[in-house]
Design a binder for this molecule. Structure first.
Ligand code: 2NE
Length: 275
């Protein structure tokens, strides 16, 4: 693919090609663990991709392999900057800003595909879980460490994981903190497919291009419908936002606005009360 740098950052790479944006966590010396700055940059890049009407699919991945030959998608929060109340940035303030990023990934009305090579551990495993789709390389390794390193993600990291792999498996993943191979991840419904690591990006681009040939509004409505099942009133807000969008696109909806601007009563008489 002909990737063009879309914006330069310190901790991530952000590139675009036709219809597709790619966000790459670029801290391979830390197995792509994130610090607050990494998360702020990812958030900013996702916002850019959201606003760009040419972009329909966002790939999220990790840089690698590192100089020791190992791959990582993301090893979660950077424990070396973990302070008393969260991960501490240069401003000295502790944060758990990855939770904001998780919500953005789920609510962004475009398809987010995680491309996982190597480790997806801790908060890094949660990041791929909240993506719409996950393509795993054959060397991918998934797992949680929270109860081992004194942390946990009881939000999407637990409840949404359980929706994906079932309650028993989700509890096993968190309570035992084992590592799982790509094949095991496939069998438990944690990922969509497994490909040889050299093929990971090509496969992601192929899935993206298949999605890009589909109807953008159908895809956005489906994504919000899938979310609504789990997300309570925030999920309904997303779904209903799409209903409003579609209503604005109708003549019936436009008549209300037109009448207001023309300082007359609206005339909805020509629009049927459908059964
Ligand atoms: C990922 C894993 C299993 C890889 O093991 P291995 O043996 O291949 O590599 P190694 O030697 O452990 O790591 C290579 C370098 O990356 C650093 C290491 O410290 C090491 O640095 P040097 O000794 O070479 O200087 N590194 C790796 N992960 C890091 C991390 N998360 N923070 C800081 N440095 C890291 C193995 O590295 C591993 O188990 N990593 C830790 C995974 C982990 O526990 N993550 C945090 C979970 S908590 C969380 O993410 C979280 C949450 O629970 C709730 C909210 C937000 C975040």
């Amino acid at each position: 693919a002909n990737w063009q740098t879309a914006k330069s950052y310190e901790d991530i790479l952000y590139e675009k090609t036709s219809g597709i944006a790619k966000i790459t966590i670029n801290r391979p010396h830390k197995r792509n663990a994130f610090r607050p700055q990494t998360v702020f940059e990812m958030y900013d890049a996702f916002c850019d991709a959201r606003e760009d009407t040419r972009i329909g699919v966002i790939l999220l991945t990790g840089a690698g392999p590192h100089t020791d030959g190992k791959y990582a998608f993301c090893a979660g929060g950077d424990q070396s900057v973990r302070g008393k109340a969260g991960y501490v940035g240069e401003d000295g303030i502790p944060r758990l800003n990855v939770l904001d990023l998780q919500r953005l990934i789920r609510s962004i009305p475009k398809v987010v595909i995680a491309l996982v090579a190597g480790y997806a551990i801790g908060g890094g495993q949660v990041l791929h879980v909240v993506c719409d789709l996950t393509i795993a390389a054959d060397n991918a390794i998934f797992g949680q460490t929270g109860p081992k390193v004194g942390s946990f993600d009881g939000g999407f990291g637990a409840s949404y994981l359980a929706r994906s792999v079932g309650q028993k498996k989700a509890r096993e993943i968190w309570f035992l903190c084992r590592q799982y191979s790509a094949q095991e991840a496939l069998e438990m419904g944690l990922v969509n497919c497994v490909v040889p690591v050299e093929q990971l990006e090509t496969e992601g681009i192929q899935w993206a291009n298949e999605i890009l040939q589909k109807s953008p509004i159908a895809i956005r409505c489906l994504k919000s419908a899938f979310n609504a099942d789990c997300d309570g009133q925030a999920g309904l807000q997303e779904l209903a936002g799409n209903a409003t969008l579609l209503y604005y696109l109708t003549e019936e909806g436009a008549e209300g606005k037109k009448a207001f601007l023309e300082k007359r009563s609206p005339d909805f008489s020509q629009y049927p009360w459908l059964p």
